[in-house]
Design a protein around this ligand. Sequence first.
Ligand code: BTN
Length: 236
Amino acid sequence: MVDWKVHTYASLPSTQDYVKELVEEGLEEGIVVQCLEQRSGRGRHGNTWFSPMGNLYMSILLRPKCDVKQAGQMSFVAAVALSAAMDEVVDTKQHTKTLKWPNDILIDGKKVSGILIEKEADGYALGMGVNIMNPPDQGVGLSQVSWEIQVAIHPFRDKVLEKLSYYYDLWQDKGFAEIRELWLSQAHGLGERIKARLAKGEKSGVFEGLSLEGALLLKQDDGEILDINAGEVYFS
Ligand code: BTN
């Protein structure tokens, strides 16, 4: 079981950049860097991550025992853990939570959190941003969809770490199978037509599921199944 050591700062450029430096310096697994606002928060594909006060921003130093090819499975581990933590605060009778490949969480179709995993030297920085009180215009915050009057950031952070401990150990001890099943049971758009924007162009087809390793399986109109490991996926 990982022993989390949480360091909280008022403001940082990016928790992700901070943790990448700690990985490089050889620090141990389990360091968590959280801040109340980020001045240069980063998302995937070089996007900016909206990071005012009122939301959760944290990056976690991990050194999983797996080869680089399997490390992408960590984003499913993180999504399943975040989703389980959200189950304890989201009013799921009124709102629908789904997991969008590869690692976004949506509530009523709007993004509530994002995950960014980056390799540095021989370790990883797992970054999580969760909208709580101050979502961007196109997103949703947990406080808007909770039965609690206001979701408190630090208790929610601790719930996420508790769930991450459980699912990270499950993955490290038993492999990807159970994580894959849990993710698929909450998947957004499974069995529907999607468009995948890949480096080599756009592909469309039906979202058939996940491979045993975590690639998205796209059934094209000619019946051929394509394994997609990277790219932006649109549901149409
Ligand atoms: C995405 O594009 O969906 C991923 C967003 C990841 C944002 C988090 S917030 C904490 C950590 N620090 C950053 O600069 N980015 C990640």
